[in-house]
Design a protein around this ligand. Structure first.
Ligand code: 4AD
Ligand code: MG
Length: 485
């Protein structure tokens, strides 16, 4: 009988030798010595690989040659103190089986590959140390997000992905229509219509319900234009005005054609929304939240973070530790423009009251002036969306959190809870109140002061790992012109 399959992460933490252990994973390297092969096996459970000692002849005369980089195998053996330095344990195998062979054409041979090269190999790159570490940290931080909000009485809510509104009003929407996309080059386009071979034919129940066809001719599947959501905020507000404190954590979509290292067409946003919160409460929440995720990453993701500290951004760990200290700077938009104007720094865009802060301005503020995170609040109403609370001097209760290297990490606001002011603002912007009747109802019946923010999860991961391109913290990134995997 085989012993149970154990993860390498668990074996490496073992307190004592184990007479029979079974591991499975992918071969990183094989080195042959007299009488033995040394195999580095990684199973994705942790950064470290386990060294397997494979005695010559265990797989037949030349069988060990099938243990090539990239192959998957299982090994049964004794977990024994390692003879080599740098590792505590190794597995002395008495049975090895190659489960999935690889070969010399395997694209990830043992050497350093560039990020650009690995983006072309997104289907395999999670098998490298760096991307394995990124995706494990992504998982750990997802957990940290839920833990933080749960401890604070926030309920996790699911807002729709298909919507009929453009929350941010920027028009960066992907439209949603029923039917098979045209085209020949994609998996979707290549498939003949109907179910793929081996799948059953549609039954009467699977067919379009009565009336759907009519709806299609009148304006699409939903009878009106539909789009992928750019933000779950408007729906989250409705839920906050019932459940008190809520948050979303899900995919959002933006068709902004900005091919930058910080923008993706599909990214995950975390959007807390809390009844009876004002702008100060909102900034406190954002600060506590980011600090708590960073603290958990340092506590539980230390091995993976260490890789980024060594190879991606030297000094990363102490920079992250510094983030946990003292309260972060808070300034108003007006103060920000004054700082920029007085800085003497050369900008492509001159800092001016009334104009939006450019990336170069945001980076100057957090990287050069404050040398750390900074909240900028109370922006001119004219450069912000309709739902923000109107404050004195033509400003709105908005806040952005700017962090070094990443720029804008959080965008949030106190919401306009006063119906007449909200309606006036919508009219100014040419928004049809009839289309937002359900949103406006929340101000008609039991409206309350409330606030919330959106944080781009990938930007948080960039801050945590020092990775400078958003494409490298998403397993299969969607950016303009890129939909291969
Ligand atoms: O500032 P944004 O546009 O704010 C909103 O969508 C609000 N409705 C959020 C709220 O108050 N509930 O986006 C929020 C954050 C940004 O600060 C940024 O971190 C991230 O989402 N973000 C992007 N991340 C990656 N790729 C993109 N294209 C992004 N656009 C925004
Ligand atoms: Mg923003």
């Amino acid at each position: 009988m085989k012993p149970p399959h154990t993860l390498i992460s668990a074996l490496l933490k073992s307190a004592s030798p184990i007479s029979r252990a079974l591991v499975r994973g992918w071969v990183r390297t094989r080195r042959d010595a007299k009488g033995f092969s040394f195999v580095e096996l990684n199973d994705g459970s942790c950064l470290a690989s386990l060294q397997i000692i494979v005695p010559e002849g265990l797989l037949g005369a030349d069988g060990h040659k099938d243990i090539t980089t990239g192959a998957s195998l299982e090994a049964e053996g004794e977990l024994a103190p390692s003879q080599g330095k740098g590792q505590k344990w190794e597995l002395v195998a008495f049975r090895v089986a190659v489960l999935g062979p690889s070969g010399p054409e395997y694209p990830l041979q043992k050497k350093r590959h560039s990020d650009e090269f690995l983006r072309e190999k997104a289907h395999l790159r999670a098998r490298t140390n760096k991307f394995g570490a990124v995706f494990r940290l992504r998982s750990l931080c997802s957990y940290a997000v839920h833990a933080f909000f749960r401890e604070r009485g926030f309920h996790y809510v699911h807002t729709p992905i298909i919507t009929g509104n453009d929350c941010e009003g920027a028009g960066e929407l992907f439209s949603v229509t029923a039917g098979r996309p045209e085209g020949t080059a994609s998996c979707l386009g290549n498939r003949p219509s109907g179910p793929p071979p081996g799948h059953s034919q549609p039954t009467a129940d699977d067919k379009a319900p009565p009336g759907a066809q009519e709806g299609l001719s009148k304006g699409g599947f939903f009878g009106r234009p539909a789009a992928l959501t750019v933000s779950g905020q408007l729906e989250a507000e409705l839920l906050a005005l019932a459940l008190g404190r809520v948050y979303t954590f899900g995919p959002t979509f933006r068709a902004e054609n900005s091919n930058t290292p910080r923008h993706a067409a599909e990214f995950w946003m975390i959007e807390p929304e809390a009844a009876f919160f004002d702008l100060e409460d909102d900034m406190d929440l954002a600060e506590d939240f980011v600090k708590s995720v960073v603290a958990r990453a340092l506590d539980e993701g230390g091995e993976d973070l260490g890789l980024f500290d060594r190879f991606v951004e030297p000094g990363l760990v102490s920079r992250l530790e510094a983030l946990l200290g003292g309260p972060w700077a808070r300034i108003t938009y007006r103060e920000a423009v004054d700082i920029l104007a007085a800085s003497g720094a050369k900008f492509d865009y001159r800092p001016e009251y009334g104009a939006d802060l450019q990336t170069e301005h945001e980076r100057y503020l957090c990287e050069v002036h404050f040398k750390g995170p900074v909240f900028v609040s109370l922006y001119p109403a004219a450069i912000k969306p309709f739902y923000m609370r109107q404050e004195a001097g033509g400003t709105v209760g908005a806040m952005d959190l700017l962090v070094p290297r990443v720029g804008e990490l959080v965008g949030g606001s106190q919401r306009e809870e006063r119906l007449p002011l909200l309606l006036a603002r919508m009219e100014e912007l040419g928004l049809d109140p009839a289309a937002y009747w359900w949103y406006l109802d929340s101000r008609r019946w039991g409206g309350a002061p409330h606030a919330g923010f959106g944080l781009g999860f990938e930007r948080l991961l960039m801050l945590l790992t020092g990775v400078t391109n958003i494409r490298d913290v998403i397993p299969f990134p969607r950016t303009p012109g890129s939909l291969e995997f």
